[in-house]
Design a protein around this ligand. Structure first.
Ligand code: FES
Length: 105
């Protein structure tokens, strides 16, 4: 059963500029692509790096530490040295509110 919690608001999200938010103590990187919003774990699955500090190009975020890449739609690692996925959270938009399913963690 989903438990939707407020992560941020749509007007704080700029396309191509990841936003780090803390949701119930979890660091989550939130991304905007057009009218779509995606949320994944902020911590890279390879080592200690914040994915929200990486470079976003469309649906791909490049880790700032070693250049591993992830698809923000699924959390799937798409480029070495990142080989393990990061968690991807269901997102729901309600007006300006960006909600994340807290049951996903
Ligand atoms: S810490 Fe992200 S690719 Fe190494």
């Amino acid at each position: 059963m989903a438990r939707w919690v407020l992560a941020t608001t749509l007007d704080r999200l700029v396309e191509g500029i990841p936003l780090l938010v803390s949701v119930e103590g979890e660091d989550v990187a939130v991304f905007r692509v057009g009218d779509e919003v995606y949320a994944i774990d902020d911590l890279c699955s390879h080592a200690q790096a914040s994915l929200s500090e990486g470079e976003q190009r469309g649906y791909i975020i490049a880790c700032p530490q070693h250049g591993g890449k992830f698809d923000i739609r699924s959390g799937r690692a798409t480029r070495f040295p990142a080989v393990s996925s990061v968690r991807c959270y269901p997102v729901r938009l309600e007006g300006n509110a960006v909600l994340i399913d807290a049951e996903a963690w």
